[in-house]
Design a protein around this ligand. Structure first.
Ligand code: A2P
Length: 290
């Protein structure tokens, strides 16, 4: 990968840019301005979800950019309470309506299971997947996939599906590399994407990463992103500033050595900075009507 919008080929043959822009919870607050700025900065791959409540503004920013829809790569997701066969189909229509688009590049199941008590999560995920397969076959979404699915959540899908998931989006950053899940995905030809690739800023002060930032004359954020890129993982980076949006793309002119990659890979592992799919209660959607 040599530039921001260079692509990997997913298992179903479609092209996906190697670096994406995340639209979740922008610090600056004005999501429309942030999405406009990200397009201006050169990002074409945008990650949204019904949970984030950023679909409308993303759609508006894309339309207003004057750049053809086909030149963007737009990904959205259905939330926990949108799982189920008919529920998923309805959620897909609502996402397209909010985006004012007639297709998605990828559509993902956002979380594998709900809170305690969601005992039939496997059946629900399978019903949801059946709906996604039909949407895929209808041509309204170019690929279908998963988000926050660990191997034991992916396994029932792989055992029962007709269309395999092309991606799995996981929390991954230096200090939380999820080796077991990444290995499982790669064995099953599922491309991994990383949310919170900077560890929600928590990794930016890490002394090991700071020493590599000095060594390679880059920022710690660039070390985190380059580390993921060299592992073939797609970082979904968020920022509310043009300067940092540009800095985060400037990761193609250096290479972290094998030895330094190994040091980062083997840093002490911390924990999920977001939610764990099995052991924590995921956030509620604040405004399901949006
Ligand atoms: P900001 O919007 O002020 O740029 P993550 O994606 O791991 O959850 O981290 C997101 C946070 O990282 C955001 O709060 C963002 O803040 C910050 N951030 C993004 N890019 C950089 C960068 N290059 N340097 C420092 N902080 C960054």
């Amino acid at each position: 990968m040599k530039a921001l919008n260079d692509c990997y080929t997913l298992s179903n043959g479609i092209q996906i840019p190697c670096l994406g822009f995340g639209t979740y919870n922008a610090k600056g607050g004005d999501n429309l301005a942030i999405n406009r700025m990200a397009i201006e900065a050169g990002y074409r791959y945008f990650d949204t979800a019904s949970l984030y409540e950023t679909e409308r503004v993303l759609g508006q920013a894309v339309r207003e950019s004057g750049i053809a829809r086909k030149d963007f790569f737009i990904v959205s997701k259905l939330w926990i309470d949108e799982r189920g066969y008919q529920e998923a189909k309805d959620a897909f229509e609502r996402s397209l309506e909010r985006l004012r688009m007639d297709y998605l590049d990828l559509y993902l199941i956002h979380w594998p299971r709900g809170k305690e008590g969601d005992t039939d999560w496997k059946e629900k995920d399978l019903d949801t997947w059946r709906a996604l397969e039909e949407l895929y076959k209808s041509g309204r979404v170019r690929g279908i996939g998963l988000s926050n699915f660990l191997p034991h959540h992916v396994d029932p899908i792989l055992k029962n599906c007709h269309v395999t998931p092309v991606v799995d989006q996981l929390e991954i950053h230096p200090g939380y590399t999820q080796e077991a899940a990444v290995r499982y995905c790669s064995e099953n030809d599922i491309r991994v994407q990383a949310w919170s690739p900077l560890g929600r800023s928590a990794m930016l002060e890490h002394p090991v990463l700071k020493s590599f930032a000095d060594k390679y004359e880059k920022s710690v954020a660039q070390i985190c992103l380059r580390f993921l890129l060299q592992k073939g993982i797609i970082p979904l980076v968020k920022s509310s500033s043009m300067e940092r949006m540009k800095q985060n793309q400037d990761i193609f002119d250096f290479e972290i050595s094998w030895e330094d990659m190994s040091v980062i890979n083997n840093m002490p592992q911390n924990t999920w900075l977001g939610e764990h799919p099995d052991f924590a209660v995921p956030r509620k959607k604040s405004n399901p009507e949006q």
